[in-house]
Design a protein around this ligand. Structure first.
Ligand code: PA5
Length: 434
């Protein structure tokens, strides 16, 4: 078990499948991959800007973002954040993980442009009736179909509601410094803009304005988030495999993969972490899944999914490794009440009277881990005492570093995504794009 930034990483329940000696054998490869990353010598080295982001964000950048967020709080009840993939998942994941950390003041953050489903977008548009709103549109390329379509619709609504000049003041565009249609439009219309650094890819961009602007609007302490990532960056520079959490996680999951555990299921017992799982799936799936390689990332939320996918994990095809992401203290205090006078324990729950739901949930985690291990599933566990902006920032950095290293171990470039173009070609041909 190792601990860094309030996150404990325990790989002891993978030992039956990957011995300590075998794990140790990965140490030179992991160290080499990490050194190549830090020295910018690995494939995709144009996209390593995320590595030192937590140390590079300046006071002026924080202050500009906070000022923009304060303006949004003043003029809007809702901010619709438009983006897809890496341009929205990080912010959404952190917001969902930290529901109590925001100010709970205006603006409420809604997301759009995350797909092409008319009913979903219409649901967002309906929420805007009678409310003051603004738009934060995020696209690095500035040309992605889903956010561009949503932006066209929302921009028309803004203009209809407020007039062209006032509408432009209600739009923040986060995009490339120079390239792309969104940058062009922002210049022509005079939108407030933030830059996505050239050397940071979408799925690694949550600690740039892509994540920080919407999070600041929601009142999340972005300085604490970045500070947590910064501490984790320091922890993830240690060379000893059994001290560095990113190295240990990367070596464990790739070691298991090379033994045939080709699917990694991230399991949580905490509903608020479901979008972190989605972000994690994008980060690992899009970074590693290429050239016929890669661990397939999947996720479950327990105990709900113990009543469905739990059967497969316990007893199905034995190619699964499981990574738990668990929290001891939800910050809520729900205990099991006694029945009171006349109660006759018909539900059989008297043995739990006075117990906290968090304790019961933790026992469910411990029991599940034992059961899955016994069923032939190697289990890794990330354990958090509670969820804070600092440890969420740390977790994000840890996963980014681990996937950077993992990609090298798999001999793929973890920073590109050539495979996502194929469906686009077919779709655009069918749509008659000139
Ligand atoms: O990780 C990635 O690069 C992708 O998920 C992109 O973030 C996503 O496709 C959105 O791209 P863009 O920001 O250019 O609209």
């Amino acid at each position: 078990m190792i601990e860094a930034g309030g996150i404990r990483l325990d790989v002891s329940d993978t030992r039956d499948f990957l011995t300590e000696e075998e794990l140790q054998g990965y140490s030179p490869r992991v160290e080499k991959a990490a050194a190549e990353l830090e020295d910018g010598k690995s494939p995709g080295s144009d996209f390593l800007g995320w590595l030192d982001l937590p140390d590079r964000i300046t006071e002026t950048e924080f202050a500009t973002i906070e000022k923009s967020a304060a303006r949004a709080r003043d003029d809007s009840e809702i901010c619709v954040v438009i983006g897809i993939g890496g341009s929205y998942l990080g912010a959404r994941a952190i917001l969902d993980a930290l529901p109590d950390s925001g100010t709970n003041e205006n603006p409420e953050i809604l997301f759009a442009g995350t797909g092409l489903c008319a009913a979903t977008l219409d649901g967002v548009l309906n929420r805007l009736a009678g409310k003051d709103f603004r738009v934060c549109v995020i696209s690095k390329s500035g040309t992605t179909l889903e956010p561009a379509l949503a932006f066209r619709i929302l921009r028309s609504m803004l203009i209809e509601r407020y007039g062209a000049a006032a509408a432009a003041r209600r739009i923040t565009a986060i995009t490339d410094a120079e390239k792309g249609a969104l940058r062009q439009l922002a210049i022509e219309e005079g939108y407030e803009t933030f830059i996505i650094p050239d050397n940071v890819g979408g799925r690694f961009s949550v600690l740039t304005p892509v994540g920080l602007v919407p999070l600041a609007m929601a009142g999340i302490d972005i300085r604490a988030l970045v500070a947590g990532a910064g501490s984790m960056r320091a922890a993830c520079r240690a060379t000893d495999l059994f001290v560095n959490p990113a190295h240990l996680y990367a070596a464990t999951r790739i070691g298991l993969y090379e033994k045939g555990f080709t699917t990694e299921v991230m399991s949580t017992f905490h509903g608020g972490l479901q979008t972190i799982q989605e972000w994690w799936k994008q980060l690992f799936g899009e970074s590693e899944g290429k050239g016929g390689q890669g661990i397939f990332p999947a996720s479950t939320v327990f105990t709900t999914d113990l009543h469905s996918l739990g059967q497969y994990i316990q007893d199905g095809r034995r190619n699964l490794q499981e990574t738990f992401l668990c929290v001891r203290d939800s910050g809520r205090n729900l205990t099991v009440p006694a029945e009171g006078e006349g109660g006759n324990n018909l539900d059989g729950l008297d043995y739990l009277v006075g117990r906290n739901l968090d304790d019961i949930n933790w026992k469910a985690f411990e029991g599940t881990r034992k059961a899955h291990l016994a069923g032939g599933v190697p289990c890794t566990a990330f354990e958090l005492e509670s969820i804070t902006p600092e440890n969420v920032g740390g977790l994000i950095y840890l996963f980014e570093k681990a996937v950077g290293i993992g990609g090298r171990l798999l001999k793929v470039n973890p920073f590109d995504q050539p495979g996502v173009e194929t469906y686009k070609k077919e779709m655009f041909r069918l749509l008659g794009k000139p």
